[in-house]
Ligand binder design. Structure first.
Ligand code: GUN
Ligand code: ZN
Length: 446
């Protein structure tokens, strides 16, 4: 058995701050001790009251805040190379920038290089779990999971399914997509901490036959995940209406194919109507809020408070959506989520995003969206010890601003407004320090 302890100020959530008073949902311990054994948290409590077993090393972070590792519920590792591509809205952006970048993943060596960079960037940003689109190429999934396995990170990923409206080099067929995905499920799903996600890109690039095949695959492997895009851009929504005239709405396209339910994650959901929110709630389907992407591509404003309405709350996590999104930092993504909520509030829709609500989206809210709330997303006994250490003196400005932030809410809000990956002092993966900002060799495989 390997045991260690980490000491410092800590936050975690015991409830959903969209549904109860944020002050009740957020737990803040001024000086906490987190005891870890064999990669799992054994206890979390005040250091003054804790007993450290003899011989267990304690790592103390005096000017830091410990939180559960961030969870990115929607991101494309294959788009790292074209993040920040100028001037286009979604459909043109896919054609002009995204598909050419994804074509390069036919080469396994390229996929290996990008996966290595991507996993390191996640850890540099304190993200320990992500729900990841690879490309149509099965080897892009192997490259990703092989690298994730080296770090022992809990990742959810899958091969993109596309059988129309995409370049020939990026399409499969319903049969091939099914067979390749099935083989990848058998190879990767539940191997160590890796989890497979059935990944039809979005309705316009899959025929009804391919969506049906994806639904059949999920029924055969019900513990796997499903991810896709939903209702992101007005032109996309109109196109889906043309392509699927029989469907009641965009989400109904996926629902008819058997692709809604717990462990289905839909990115964006900007233009959803009431029936679609109700369908998400009823089926346990989750939404991924991707504010930097939605602002960058000019797609629209996600209504977080509508999604989380108390009479029919929808599981909602935070997504960076790189390369439509512009940062892998969950802190910077929260910065933009606040501004999206502020614009909505100005238009009479919803409220300002409270800091506890924001950090919940990046941690426990993401875990709930992924049906992993007993496994990750909280600093709680039994959870896997994925932990981010935020440096409260990361820069002169952060240190100065935090001096004038007396409460934990004030501190969290200053962090999500000003901080980025430089604030991440260390990232622990299943109890091992996988990233240490200040070490000569910052990354360490488990
Ligand atoms: N819709 C379909 N594919 C994509 C993609 O790669 N990124 C985003 N943001 N939206 C999509
Ligand atoms: Zn996306």
């Amino acid at each position: 058995m390997t045991a260690r302890a980490i000491r410092g100020a800590a936050i975690t959530f015991v409830a959903d701050p969209f549904l109860v008073d944020p002050a009740e949902a957020l737990v803040h311990i001024d000086d906490a001790l987190i005891l870890i054994e064999d990669g799992r948290i054994v206890s979390v409590g005040a250091f003054a009251a804790a007993e450290v077993p003899a011989g267990v090393p304690v790592e103390h972070y005096p000017d830091a805040l410990l939180a559960s590792g961030f969870i990115d519920t929607h991101v494309h590792y294959s788009q790292l190379e074209m993040v920040g591509a100028f001037g286009a809205r979604l459909l043109e952006w896919l054609e002009r920038y995204t598909f050419p970048a994804e074509l390069r993943f036919a080469d396994k060596a390229h996929a290996d290089r990008v996966a290595a960079l991507f996993l390191r960037e996640l850890l540099r940003n304190g993200t320990t779990t992500a729900c990841v689109h690879c490309t149509v190429h099965p080897q892009s999934v192997d490259a990703f999971f092989e690298e994730s396995e080296r770090f022992n990170t809990r990742m959810i990923a899958g091969k993109v399914l596309m059988d129309r409206n995409a370049p020939a080099g990026l399409t499969d067929t319903p049969e091939r997509g099914y067979a390749e995905s099935k083989a990848l499920i058998e190879r990767w799903h539940g191997r160590g901490r890796q989890l497979y996600c059935i990944t039809p890109r979005f309705a316009p690039t899959s025929t009804p036959a391919q969506l049906e095949a994806a639904g059949r695959l999920w029924r055969e492997h019900p513990t796997a995940y499903v991810q896709t895009h939903l209702s992101e851009d007005a032109a996309e929504v109109a196109w889906v209406r043309e392509l699927f005239p029989e469907a009641d709405n965009y989400l109904d396209v996926y629902h008819r194919a058997g692709l809604t339910g717990r462990r289905a994650i839909f990115a964006h959901g900007i233009h959803l109507d009431e029936d679609e929110f109700c369908l998400c709630h009823r089926t346990g389907s989750a939404l991924s809020h991707c504010p930097t992407s939605n602002l960058f591509l000019g797609s629209g404003l996600f209504r977080a408070f509508e999604a989380k309405r108390a009479d029919r709350p929808v599981f909602t996590g935070l997504g960076t959506d790189v390369g439509g999104g512009t940062s892998l930092s969950q802190l910077q993504t929260l910065n933009e989520a606040y501004k999206v909520a502020a614009l909505n509030a100005t238009a009479g829709r919803g409220e300002k995003l409270r800091p506890a609500q924001a950090f919940y989206l990046a941690t426990r809210g993401g875990a709930e969206a992924l049906a992993l709330e007993d496994t990750i997303g909280s600093l709680a006994p039994g959870c896997e010890a994925d932990i981010v250490v935020l440096d409260l003196k990361a820069s002169p400005l952060v240190a100065f601003r935090l001096q004038a932030a007396p409460t934990i809410e004030d501190k969290l809000f200053a962090l999500m407004t000003l901080a980025d990956e430089r604030t991440v002092r260390a990232t622990y993966v299943a109890g091992e320090k996988a990233y240490d900002r200040d070490a000569a060799e910052p990354f360490r495989h488990a």
